[in-house]
Ligand binder design. Sequence first.
Ligand SMILES: *[C@@H]1O[C@H](CO)[C@@H](O)[C@@H](O)[C@H]1NC(C)=O
Ligand SMILES: *[C@@H]1O[C@H](CO)[C@@H](O)[C@H](O)[C@H]1NC(C)=O
Ligand SMILES: *[C@@H]1O[C@H](CO)[C@@H](O)[C@H](O)[C@H]1NC(C)=O
Length: 373
Amino acid sequence: MHLKLSLGALVATSSLLVSAAPAAESLTKDVNLRLIKTSESEATWISEEDKITKYVAKNINFIDITDIKDPEVLANLNGESEVRLTAAAAAVVYPTSLSHTAEANTAIAKINQTNQQGWLTTLTEFYTRYYRSATGTQSSTYLFNTITTIAAANPAIKVTKFTHSFNQPSIIARIPGTSTNLVIIGAHQDSVGSTSTGRSPGADDNGTGSVTILETFRILASSKFAPKNTLEFHWYAGEEGGLLGSAGIFANYKSTAKTVLAMLNQDMTGYSPAGKPVVYTDYTNAALTTYLRLIVTQYTGITPLTSTCGYGCSDHASATSNGFPAAFVHEEIFATSNPKIHSASDTLASVNWSAVLRHTKLTVGFAIEASYL
Ligand SMILES: *[C@@H]1O[C@H](CO)[C@@H](O)[C@@H](O)[C@H]1NC(C)=O
Ligand SMILES: *[C@@H]1O[C@H](CO)[C@@H](O)[C@H](O)[C@H]1NC(C)=O
Ligand SMILES: *[C@@H]1O[C@H](CO)[C@@H](O)[C@H](O)[C@H]1NC(C)=O
């Protein structure tokens, strides 16, 4: 069943649409349908499996809004108004020069890619990290245990699972600061093949993002880095199902009035024929993105390219729609991005480790610089 509807009707009638389905559709199937958006103006009810075979496998981005109830967030997702930042986020002035380069360079010198290669090897050995699969739960447990072991270096760090309506939890590691204001660095942990049951090593998409932020976290944990702002590392579940994990977490942070000063999405970092990181300018915060460009240039020695990524492209969109400033740095321009993602060919062997290193450097730089905001 596909229903395309106008955006005005969407919020008011979304609960009616399921019952307005053709009589031939069984109730059981209706209950399992999901409402997805592929643009500000389009929404469609489809099955879980269709999300994978008709959208993910064809690289059509979407946001699953079935569980999003906040009218302000829905209005943002419908493009009905300019996204309003929370007051605390709007008050942030991002510096125009960097003042913690010595400290960041010391941390960057500790990057150890042997760790990243080991973690990514294990992540890609799960048959799939699809968020509704048994192996997707197991891969999340592996990640949680790995993060917990790393966190043991600093008893102040808390590692928690953030659970969702599906079995794979997101994971949050929190390094408390002297302020409760948050700086968040995220990547998604799940993978998907061309069907929900297909093999999906997901090495680059997005295993590389996961190990990029994991090594950053390891360096800060092992040095007992004590930030001013509280630093959180997020490994989102269910990104491939339409940004599900990040939507759940940022809805929770909005409803509990958390102050987020910056969110950096770090995703797909190991494929870079052009040899330059790319900063995306859509569904991101312009001031934070300018600051990110400064950080990328400083810590990689490369002026990043600029591009747009489209609607529902990745987890930064969830931060943005909930009123938090977000930025996204990616391995390549989307048009020439890794052709192997979402297939059995997205393997460890095709990961470009020098590109992962570059992204890890800028992530460490970002974590340290932004912790002083
Ligand atoms: C991994 O991250 C990308 C963004 O880099 C996001 O679009 C996800 O859906 C996932 N892979 C892709 C490009 O589909
Ligand atoms: C890098 O990590 C590996 C384990 O993953 C370890 O055996 C090795 O000693 C580390 N190298 C350095 C220079 O710390
Ligand atoms: C691997 O990444 C590096 C660093 O970004 C880049 O310069 C190089 O061209 C890439 N190699 C391939 C084969 O894509």
